[in-house]
Design a protein around this ligand. Sequence first.
Ligand SMILES: [Ca+2]
Length: 256
Amino acid sequence: MKTRSFLTAQSLRALTLGSVGTIAFAFACPAAHGAVVTYIGNDPGAGPAAARPNSNLAAANFGSVLTAFGAATVFTFETAPVGSFSSLSLGSGVSVSGTDFSGNNQSVANTPNDAAAPSLAGYDTTFGGSNYLNVLGGTATFTFSNPINTFGAYFTGVQTEFGTVTLSFNDGSSQVVTVPAQPDASGGVAFVGFTDSGHAISSLTVVSGSGGGGDFIGVDDVRVTFAPVPEPSTLALLAAAGILGAGAWARRTRQA
Ligand SMILES: [Ca+2]
């Protein structure tokens, strides 16, 4: 996995304005074939109504490179039924399933897990929205009928106390992208996105911490692009090439 990061003038400005958040993202050039390139920003302590400059900047930079991958499809969970699910269809051939720290199904929530301290345990990040994927430890696996080559989302309430939160997937080899943890006392929000040029990913699992039940987090405003599929005309050409090749073999066989 290849990850390059640096601070821009804008992110440095955000830092000097008092935020203790950090942002790390890749050069905004198309990724080399085969490389997972991450776009990550985090805002410790940021709750539902707070500004999240580093996370939003990472999301914007991630979005700016998606033009090389195609139109992004965004899932806000706003039309998803509130409550637990065994498998939740999000549309566009995308579904999510998984079980929490106690083996129960994951759920969609419309209020923060911790009403008194919403930044600690997951909340909605959609502008004007309320619903989010409520991951109470354990795992949540996104399945893509049409494989993807980029993925991004906001993660809320990820803390250092409950183990590491990761995105695990296979693009021909096993890959792990780590979601930055926020301080135990404050929680916060992070945006994590990645591009994976030239690859196709059929599923991705959010592993929400480990030990002691894992971490209670929110996942929201998921955005993906779908990997290109061979055009019918390309398939026809390949089939024709196969027929021609078979014909040539037959001729050679007859001549032999
Ligand atoms: Ca939402």
